[in-house]
Design a protein around this ligand. Structure first.
Ligand SMILES: *[C@@H]1O[C@H](CO)[C@@H](O)[C@H](O)[C@H]1NC(C)=O
Ligand SMILES: *[C@@H]1O[C@H](CO)[C@@H](O)[C@H](O)[C@H]1NC(C)=O
Ligand SMILES: *[C@@H]1O[C@H](CO)[C@@H](O)[C@H](O)[C@H]1NC(C)=O
Ligand SMILES: *[C@@H]1O[C@H](CO)[C@@H](O)[C@H](O)[C@H]1NC(C)=O
Ligand SMILES: *[C@@H]1O[C@H](CO)[C@@H](O)[C@H](O)[C@H]1NC(C)=O
Length: 288
Protein backbone atom coordinates (compact mmCIF):
# COMPACT_ATOMS: atom_id res chain seq x y z
CA UNK A 1 0.00 0.00 0.00
CA UNK A 2 2.55 2.55 1.16
CA UNK A 3 4.82 1.34 -1.62
CA UNK A 4 2.35 2.49 -4.25
CA UNK A 5 2.00 5.88 -2.59
CA UNK A 6 5.77 6.22 -2.53
CA UNK A 7 5.95 5.31 -6.17
CA UNK A 8 3.20 7.77 -6.98
CA UNK A 9 5.02 10.60 -5.25
CA UNK A 10 8.21 9.64 -6.99
CA UNK A 11 6.44 9.49 -10.36
CA UNK A 12 4.87 12.91 -9.96
CA UNK A 13 8.10 14.50 -8.87
CA UNK A 14 9.84 12.92 -11.82
CA UNK A 15 7.23 14.40 -14.06
CA UNK A 16 7.58 17.80 -12.42
CA UNK A 17 11.31 17.55 -12.90
CA UNK A 18 10.84 16.76 -16.55
CA UNK A 19 8.70 19.84 -16.98
CA UNK A 20 11.13 22.13 -15.18
CA UNK A 21 14.45 20.87 -13.87
CA UNK A 22 15.90 23.54 -11.55
CA UNK A 23 19.31 21.86 -11.39
CA UNK A 24 20.05 21.84 -15.10
CA UNK A 25 17.64 24.65 -15.96
CA UNK A 26 15.93 22.48 -18.55
CA UNK A 27 12.38 23.03 -19.67
CA UNK A 28 10.83 19.77 -20.85
CA UNK A 29 14.22 18.24 -21.31
CA UNK A 30 15.78 21.11 -23.24
CA UNK A 31 17.79 24.14 -22.31
CA UNK A 32 16.77 27.64 -23.27
CA UNK A 33 19.41 27.70 -26.01
CA UNK A 34 18.12 24.47 -27.45
CA UNK A 35 14.55 25.77 -27.47
CA UNK A 36 15.71 29.03 -29.03
CA UNK A 37 17.45 27.16 -31.82
CA UNK A 38 14.35 25.11 -32.52
CA UNK A 39 12.16 28.21 -32.67
CA UNK A 40 14.69 29.89 -34.93
CA UNK A 41 14.77 26.88 -37.21
CA UNK A 42 11.01 26.83 -37.63
CA UNK A 43 10.86 30.60 -38.10
CA UNK A 44 13.38 30.42 -40.93
CA UNK A 45 11.69 27.36 -42.38
CA UNK A 46 8.25 28.95 -42.53
CA UNK A 47 9.58 32.24 -43.84
CA UNK A 48 11.24 30.26 -46.59
CA UNK A 49 7.98 28.49 -47.45
CA UNK A 50 6.05 31.75 -47.50
CA UNK A 51 8.72 33.29 -49.70
CA UNK A 52 8.49 30.42 -52.16
CA UNK A 53 4.73 30.80 -52.30
CA UNK A 54 4.86 34.55 -52.94
CA UNK A 55 7.52 34.09 -55.61
CA UNK A 56 5.59 31.43 -57.56
CA UNK A 57 2.40 33.45 -57.30
CA UNK A 58 4.21 36.54 -58.57
CA UNK A 59 5.74 34.72 -61.54
CA UNK A 60 2.38 33.18 -62.36
CA UNK A 61 0.62 36.57 -62.29
CA UNK A 62 3.32 38.02 -64.57
CA UNK A 63 2.39 35.48 -67.22
CA UNK A 64 -1.33 36.33 -67.11
CA UNK A 65 -2.73 38.69 -69.69
CA UNK A 66 -5.47 41.15 -68.78
CA UNK A 67 -7.03 40.96 -72.20
CA UNK A 68 -7.24 37.30 -73.01
CA UNK A 69 -7.48 34.17 -70.93
CA UNK A 70 -4.23 32.19 -70.79
CA UNK A 71 -6.16 28.98 -70.79
CA UNK A 72 -9.41 28.67 -72.64
CA UNK A 73 -11.33 25.50 -73.27
CA UNK A 74 -10.40 24.54 -76.77
CA UNK A 75 -13.99 23.83 -77.68
CA UNK A 76 -14.05 22.92 -81.32
CA UNK A 77 -17.62 24.16 -81.57
CA UNK A 78 -19.33 26.53 -79.12
CA UNK A 79 -22.75 25.96 -77.62
CA UNK A 80 -25.89 27.93 -78.49
CA UNK A 81 -28.62 29.55 -76.43
CA UNK A 82 -32.13 30.79 -77.14
CA UNK A 83 -34.18 33.79 -76.02
CA UNK A 84 -36.71 33.94 -74.48
CA UNK A 85 -35.50 31.36 -72.05
CA UNK A 86 -38.34 29.55 -70.34
CA UNK A 87 -38.06 26.79 -67.77
CA UNK A 88 -36.06 23.91 -69.18
CA UNK A 89 -36.03 25.50 -72.65
CA UNK A 90 -39.75 25.01 -72.84
CA UNK A 91 -41.75 27.66 -74.71
CA UNK A 92 -45.44 27.06 -74.07
CA UNK A 93 -47.94 29.75 -74.97
CA UNK A 94 -51.67 30.12 -75.45
CA UNK A 95 -52.49 32.49 -78.25
CA UNK A 96 -55.53 34.10 -76.63
CA UNK A 97 -54.07 34.21 -73.14
CA UNK A 98 -51.73 37.20 -73.17
CA UNK A 99 -50.49 36.32 -69.70
CA UNK A 100 -48.93 33.15 -71.10
CA UNK A 101 -46.59 35.09 -73.40
CA UNK A 102 -46.34 38.45 -71.69
CA UNK A 103 -43.21 37.39 -69.83
CA UNK A 104 -41.57 36.16 -73.04
CA UNK A 105 -42.27 39.45 -74.80
CA UNK A 106 -40.85 41.44 -71.91
CA UNK A 107 -37.80 39.18 -71.80
CA UNK A 108 -37.19 39.76 -75.52
CA UNK A 109 -37.64 43.52 -75.25
CA UNK A 110 -35.12 43.74 -72.43
CA UNK A 111 -32.68 41.53 -74.24
CA UNK A 112 -32.96 43.52 -77.48
CA UNK A 113 -32.77 46.95 -75.90
CA UNK A 114 -29.01 47.41 -76.57
CA UNK A 115 -29.63 46.40 -80.20
CA UNK A 116 -31.73 49.52 -80.87
CA UNK A 117 -30.52 51.12 -84.09
CA UNK A 118 -29.99 54.46 -82.37
CA UNK A 119 -27.85 52.84 -79.69
CA UNK A 120 -25.85 50.79 -82.19
CA UNK A 121 -25.07 53.90 -84.24
CA UNK A 122 -23.69 55.59 -81.12
CA UNK A 123 -21.51 52.73 -79.97
CA UNK A 124 -20.47 50.65 -82.97
CA UNK A 125 -19.12 50.84 -86.52
CA UNK A 126 -20.88 50.19 -89.79
CA UNK A 127 -18.46 47.50 -90.95
CA UNK A 128 -17.99 46.05 -94.42
CA UNK A 129 -19.94 42.76 -94.35
CA UNK A 130 -18.81 39.21 -95.22
CA UNK A 131 -15.26 39.61 -93.97
CA UNK A 132 -13.62 39.27 -90.57
CA UNK A 133 -13.09 42.48 -88.61
CA UNK A 134 -9.46 41.91 -87.66
CA UNK A 135 -7.85 44.30 -85.18
CA UNK A 136 -4.64 42.64 -84.10
CA UNK A 137 -2.16 44.15 -81.68
CA UNK A 138 1.16 44.99 -83.33
CA UNK A 139 3.63 43.13 -81.16
CA UNK A 140 3.67 44.56 -77.65
CA UNK A 141 1.63 47.61 -78.68
CA UNK A 142 -1.97 47.08 -77.70
CA UNK A 143 -4.57 48.07 -80.22
CA UNK A 144 -7.18 48.70 -77.50
CA UNK A 145 -9.98 49.42 -77.06
CA UNK A 146 -11.16 47.65 -80.16
CA UNK A 147 -14.21 48.66 -82.17
CA UNK A 148 -17.20 46.41 -82.81
CA UNK A 149 -19.73 46.16 -85.63
CA UNK A 150 -23.33 47.31 -85.58
CA UNK A 151 -26.06 44.72 -85.23
CA UNK A 152 -29.21 46.75 -85.75
CA UNK A 153 -32.42 45.62 -84.17
CA UNK A 154 -34.25 46.25 -87.44
CA UNK A 155 -32.15 43.50 -89.05
CA UNK A 156 -34.41 41.08 -87.17
CA UNK A 157 -37.39 42.20 -89.28
CA UNK A 158 -40.69 40.74 -88.04
CA UNK A 159 -38.80 39.44 -84.99
CA UNK A 160 -37.37 42.82 -83.97
CA UNK A 161 -40.38 43.75 -81.88
CA UNK A 162 -40.68 46.98 -83.89
CA UNK A 163 -43.24 46.14 -86.60
CA UNK A 164 -44.93 43.54 -84.38
CA UNK A 165 -44.45 44.48 -80.76
CA UNK A 166 -45.59 41.03 -79.55
CA UNK A 167 -42.98 39.17 -81.65
CA UNK A 168 -45.75 37.06 -83.22
CA UNK A 169 -46.79 35.50 -79.91
CA UNK A 170 -50.26 37.03 -80.10
CA UNK A 171 -50.85 35.40 -83.47
CA UNK A 172 -49.42 31.93 -82.92
CA UNK A 173 -46.32 32.75 -85.00
CA UNK A 174 -43.71 33.06 -82.26
CA UNK A 175 -40.14 34.27 -82.75
CA UNK A 176 -37.18 32.62 -81.06
CA UNK A 177 -33.78 34.32 -80.97
CA UNK A 178 -30.63 32.23 -81.19
CA UNK A 179 -27.10 33.17 -80.22
CA UNK A 180 -23.81 31.38 -80.48
CA UNK A 181 -21.71 31.42 -77.31
CA UNK A 182 -18.74 33.76 -77.43
CA UNK A 183 -15.31 32.27 -77.91
CA UNK A 184 -12.35 34.63 -77.97
CA UNK A 185 -10.49 34.49 -81.25
CA UNK A 186 -12.91 32.10 -82.97
CA UNK A 187 -13.15 32.45 -86.76
CA UNK A 188 -16.30 30.53 -87.70
CA UNK A 189 -16.24 30.42 -91.48
CA UNK A 190 -14.00 31.15 -94.39
CA UNK A 191 -14.00 32.28 -98.02
CA UNK A 192 -16.63 34.91 -97.26
CA UNK A 193 -19.10 32.25 -96.18
CA UNK A 194 -20.79 33.14 -92.90
CA UNK A 195 -21.98 30.41 -90.58
CA UNK A 196 -25.75 29.99 -90.51
CA UNK A 197 -28.40 28.48 -88.30
CA UNK A 198 -30.95 25.95 -89.46
CA UNK A 199 -33.75 24.50 -87.39
CA UNK A 200 -35.70 21.33 -87.80
CA UNK A 201 -38.12 19.21 -85.81
CA UNK A 202 -37.22 15.88 -84.31
CA UNK A 203 -38.42 13.05 -86.56
CA UNK A 204 -41.85 12.39 -85.01
CA UNK A 205 -42.66 16.12 -85.03
CA UNK A 206 -41.54 16.79 -88.61
CA UNK A 207 -45.02 17.44 -89.98
CA UNK A 208 -45.99 19.68 -87.09
CA UNK A 209 -43.32 22.34 -87.34
CA UNK A 210 -44.47 24.06 -90.54
CA UNK A 211 -42.38 26.56 -92.48
CA UNK A 212 -39.85 28.86 -90.79
CA UNK A 213 -38.57 32.29 -91.61
CA UNK A 214 -35.07 33.39 -90.61
CA UNK A 215 -33.73 36.87 -89.86
CA UNK A 216 -31.24 38.04 -91.07
CA UNK A 217 -31.99 36.19 -94.35
CA UNK A 218 -30.68 32.62 -94.45
CA UNK A 219 -30.08 32.75 -90.68
CA UNK A 220 -26.46 33.89 -90.91
CA UNK A 221 -24.07 35.21 -88.29
CA UNK A 222 -22.12 37.59 -90.51
CA UNK A 223 -18.34 37.20 -90.56
CA UNK A 224 -17.88 40.85 -89.59
CA UNK A 225 -18.82 40.03 -85.96
CA UNK A 226 -15.73 37.83 -85.63
CA UNK A 227 -13.22 37.45 -84.16
CA UNK A 228 -14.30 38.41 -80.65
CA UNK A 229 -11.45 39.86 -78.60
CA UNK A 230 -12.92 39.63 -75.10
CA UNK A 231 -15.03 41.87 -72.88
CA UNK A 232 -12.15 44.06 -71.79
CA UNK A 233 -10.68 44.73 -75.22
CA UNK A 234 -13.96 45.05 -77.11
CA UNK A 235 -16.16 46.93 -74.68
CA UNK A 236 -19.16 47.58 -76.92
CA UNK A 237 -19.29 44.16 -78.59
CA UNK A 238 -22.80 43.25 -79.71
CA UNK A 239 -23.37 39.56 -80.13
CA UNK A 240 -24.97 38.73 -83.49
CA UNK A 241 -28.36 37.02 -83.42
CA UNK A 242 -30.50 34.88 -85.65
CA UNK A 243 -34.28 35.00 -85.25
CA UNK A 244 -36.52 32.12 -86.26
CA UNK A 245 -40.21 32.68 -86.82
CA UNK A 246 -42.58 29.73 -86.81
CA UNK A 247 -45.07 30.65 -89.52
CA UNK A 248 -47.56 27.79 -89.28
CA UNK A 249 -46.70 25.45 -86.45
CA UNK A 250 -49.36 22.95 -85.40
CA UNK A 251 -51.33 23.94 -82.33
CA UNK A 252 -52.09 21.99 -79.15
CA UNK A 253 -49.13 19.67 -79.54
CA UNK A 254 -45.53 19.55 -78.33
CA UNK A 255 -42.97 20.21 -81.04
CA UNK A 256 -39.37 19.28 -80.29
CA UNK A 257 -37.16 21.61 -82.29
CA UNK A 258 -33.42 21.41 -82.78
CA UNK A 259 -31.37 24.25 -84.22
CA UNK A 260 -27.78 23.85 -85.26
CA UNK A 261 -24.92 25.86 -86.68
CA UNK A 262 -23.69 25.18 -90.21
CA UNK A 263 -20.19 26.38 -90.87
CA UNK A 264 -17.34 25.42 -93.12
CA UNK A 265 -14.84 25.62 -90.25
CA UNK A 266 -16.71 24.43 -87.16
CA UNK A 267 -16.98 20.69 -86.72
CA UNK A 268 -20.40 19.17 -86.24
CA UNK A 269 -21.18 18.50 -82.62
CA UNK A 270 -20.08 14.98 -81.78
CA UNK A 271 -21.94 12.44 -79.69
CA UNK A 272 -19.44 13.19 -76.96
CA UNK A 273 -20.66 16.75 -76.66
CA UNK A 274 -24.26 16.94 -77.76
CA UNK A 275 -24.48 20.65 -76.90
CA UNK A 276 -21.72 21.71 -79.28
CA UNK A 277 -23.15 23.83 -82.06
CA UNK A 278 -26.75 22.93 -81.38
CA UNK A 279 -29.69 23.59 -79.10
CA UNK A 280 -32.97 21.78 -78.58
CA UNK A 281 -36.14 23.23 -77.13
CA UNK A 282 -39.81 22.38 -76.87
CA UNK A 283 -42.43 24.59 -78.44
CA UNK A 284 -46.12 24.31 -77.73
CA UNK A 285 -48.74 26.69 -79.02
CA UNK A 286 -52.23 26.27 -77.59
CA UNK A 287 -55.05 27.86 -79.57
CA UNK A 288 -57.20 28.97 -76.69
C1 LIG B 1 -34.86 50.55 -77.36
O1 LIG B 1 -36.13 50.78 -77.98
C2 LIG B 1 -37.23 50.40 -77.19
C3 LIG B 1 -38.50 50.56 -78.00
O2 LIG B 1 -38.28 51.27 -79.17
C4 LIG B 1 -37.27 51.24 -75.91
O3 LIG B 1 -38.34 50.85 -75.10
C5 LIG B 1 -35.94 51.04 -75.17
O4 LIG B 1 -35.89 51.87 -74.02
C6 LIG B 1 -34.77 51.35 -76.08
N1 LIG B 1 -33.54 51.04 -75.37
C7 LIG B 1 -32.46 51.78 -75.41
C8 LIG B 1 -31.25 51.30 -74.65
O5 LIG B 1 -32.40 52.83 -76.04
C1 LIG C 1 -28.13 50.64 -88.43
O1 LIG C 1 -29.10 51.67 -88.39
C2 LIG C 1 -28.56 52.96 -88.60
C3 LIG C 1 -29.70 53.95 -88.41
O2 LIG C 1 -30.86 53.54 -89.03
C4 LIG C 1 -27.95 53.04 -90.01
O3 LIG C 1 -27.39 54.32 -90.20
C5 LIG C 1 -26.87 51.98 -90.11
O4 LIG C 1 -26.33 51.97 -91.41
C6 LIG C 1 -27.43 50.61 -89.79
N1 LIG C 1 -26.34 49.67 -89.74
C7 LIG C 1 -26.35 48.49 -90.34
C8 LIG C 1 -25.16 47.63 -90.20
O5 LIG C 1 -27.29 48.13 -91.02
C1 LIG D 1 -18.35 52.47 -76.78
O1 LIG D 1 -19.56 53.21 -76.76
C2 LIG D 1 -19.44 54.51 -76.23
C3 LIG D 1 -20.80 55.17 -76.27
O2 LIG D 1 -21.71 54.45 -75.47
C4 LIG D 1 -18.46 55.33 -77.10
O3 LIG D 1 -18.29 56.62 -76.53
C5 LIG D 1 -17.13 54.62 -77.13
O4 LIG D 1 -16.22 55.31 -77.99
C6 LIG D 1 -17.30 53.19 -77.61
N1 LIG D 1 -16.02 52.52 -77.50
C7 LIG D 1 -15.53 51.75 -78.48
C8 LIG D 1 -14.18 51.18 -78.27
O5 LIG D 1 -16.14 51.52 -79.49
C1 LIG E 1 -29.27 32.74 -99.09
O1 LIG E 1 -28.80 31.48 -99.58
C2 LIG E 1 -29.01 31.29 -100.97
C3 LIG E 1 -28.57 29.90 -101.33
O2 LIG E 1 -27.57 29.44 -100.51
C4 LIG E 1 -28.24 32.35 -101.74
O3 LIG E 1 -28.46 32.21 -103.12
C5 LIG E 1 -28.70 33.74 -101.31
O4 LIG E 1 -27.95 34.73 -101.93
C6 LIG E 1 -28.57 33.88 -99.80
N1 LIG E 1 -29.17 35.15 -99.39
C7 LIG E 1 -28.52 36.02 -98.61
C8 LIG E 1 -29.24 37.28 -98.32
O5 LIG E 1 -27.42 35.78 -98.15
C1 LIG F 1 -50.87 25.45 -91.93
O1 LIG F 1 -50.74 24.08 -91.61
C2 LIG F 1 -51.95 23.33 -91.72
C3 LIG F 1 -51.64 21.92 -91.28
O2 LIG F 1 -51.05 21.90 -90.04
C4 LIG F 1 -52.45 23.36 -93.14
O3 LIG F 1 -53.70 22.68 -93.21
C5 LIG F 1 -52.63 24.81 -93.57
O4 LIG F 1 -52.99 24.86 -94.94
C6 LIG F 1 -51.35 25.59 -93.36
N1 LIG F 1 -51.59 26.99 -93.65
C7 LIG F 1 -50.82 27.68 -94.48
C8 LIG F 1 -51.19 29.12 -94.68
O5 LIG F 1 -49.86 27.18 -95.04
Amino acid sequence: MSGTKEEERKGSSEWREFFWNPRTHELMGRTATSWGLILLFYLVFYLFLAGMFVLTMYIMLLTLDDYSPTWQDQLATPGMMIRPKGDQLDITVSVSDSESWDGFVRNLNTFLSPYNDSYQVQTNDNCPPDQFFIQEDSGEVRNNPKRSCQFNRTMLGDCSGMSDRFFGYSRGQPCILIKLNRVIGMLPGKDGQSPSVSCGAKSEDRDKMGPLKYFPPNGTFNLMYYPYYGKKAQVNYTQPLVAVKFLNASVNTDINVECKINSNTLADGSDRDKFAGRISFKLRINDK
